[in-house]
Design a protein around this ligand. Sequence first.
Ligand SMILES: Cc1ncc(COP(=O)(O)OP(=O)(O)O)c(N)n1
Ligand SMILES: Cc1ncsc1CCOP(=O)(O)O
Ligand SMILES: [Mg+2]
Length: 517
Amino acid sequence: MQHLLTAGAQRALKQAELIAHTSAQTNLDAIHLLAALANEESRAAEILLTHKIEPVMILAEFQLEIPDESSSDAEENQPLELSEALRDYPALKEILNSALEHASQADVSTEIGSEHLLWGLLNVEGKHTQWLNTRGNLSAQSLKQSIHAQQHQADPIDVDFAFRTVPTTINDQTHILRTIDAAANRLREGLRVVEDYLRFTLDDAHLMGILKTTRHQLADALKFIGPESLIASRDTLNDVGTAISTTSEFDRQTLEHLLQANLKRVQEATRTLEEFSKLISVEAASIFKQMRYSFYTLEKSVLGCLNNQQKLKDCRLYLLVTESLCHHGSGPAIRESLAAGVGIVQIREKEMTDRQLLEHGKRAREWTRETGAILIMNDRPDLAVAIDADGVHVGQDELPVREVRQIVGPRHMIGVSTHNIEQARKAVLDGADYLGVGPTFPTTTKLFEAHEYAGLKFIQQVAAEITLPWFAIGGINEDNLEQTFQAGAQRVAVSSAICGHEQPGQITKKLLEQFPS
Ligand SMILES: Cc1ncc(COP(=O)(O)OP(=O)(O)O)c(N)n1
Ligand SMILES: Cc1ncsc1CCOP(=O)(O)O
Ligand SMILES: [Mg+2]
């Protein structure tokens, strides 16, 4: 398997080498990489800044100098494989291997980025680890939390800066416009690939709509720059970048790999547009900044869809268990329905004390583990963690996804109840792992006002545009299950249909038999 380094990580390695050289320290080591990471515009630099560690402090502490020349030349566009990096930077072998280890732990396979290099640095003992700990309270453990917070926020950590345009010479203007033109083209091309993926592979109308909005934003921003002057400054024949092509550019192993590479491409192109536009148009720069944020959210949502489709691929019937609804207690209801093929179970108890919930949840955890089923705790992120459930389900009046994520961490699933299409769209962008969609039919399990019945129309709306896994819920039973499928549901959650049945196992089987194969 190939392990590629992001452009930011590559720049940092290259700059570390230059720093070692400029500082007349012939042996490249961890402190040079630390200085380079802090000095580059990268996720690692953002993390270091949140720990109040600025590049100058590192330079002063370790007596280093930053070279005048920049490491960003044409080569930075060539993907770098880990094995090549290990060959080129043998002194950083331990750090690179540790970075790989961390990148491989991500939910979705990711390239090795600057934040993973920082992680590698913190895992290899040296004077830098001690200094980072005392100076910025930064350790491997705290970094893990920072990376996690970054990955699970819709927006990247923001570095505040004032937008201002500066007077430039005619010559500079041509260079700036050429750069903007090239980046805009790169962005359009990347967007096209992502759009085709969303359209033909994921088939997600909601996320495609978001992408379309960014196309309009691009057109709006370029109006501030002046489309004619962009064309006038174009000089493709003399663009050294057009001559560069590498075998790894053609090396896309899976559709998802291709998608990720293009999502990164649009983010990088937007960053170039944002930075260079600052010299020409405040308005354009501000639109590009918004676009970049939209791409982070889009990336997270698309990858979230893919991941969760995988996690929930065998979970089509979801059981919500409430002790008071069960004929012979919730234990038999859970065990029998699991044996009959339920793939996901939610503990939904409103009357139990925390202690009771803890004990009950732990038992349910054992039973679900035995059959490989997913266990979700209703309403309580804290108890979901305590019983080692796979996730937690929250409603519209409970904690938002972002806050729940801070409690449960990256590996737990978060389900969100939705009662209209706007809530469903929002939950996808917020980073929910699956949705509850309903109520579909009248139910006595939960009280709703008459106007709150979303009905089959809502099921149809969600089916038409959302590919994050979702479960139709509310009053579903063996008599109306077929109708629910007809409306477009592929997954269904029930409570009374199974809990309130004399023989939970038997009715589970009956329901499952009705699922289209
Ligand atoms: C799968 C699923 N969907 C919806 C709900 C309802 O959650 P909520 O609106 O928070 O209501 P309560 O269940 O907490 O009463 C759910 N629990 N599960
Ligand atoms: C909790 C909940 N949220 C929306 S409908 C519903 C009740 C589901 O239970 P039942 O399947 O018995 O209608
Ligand atoms: Mg709730």
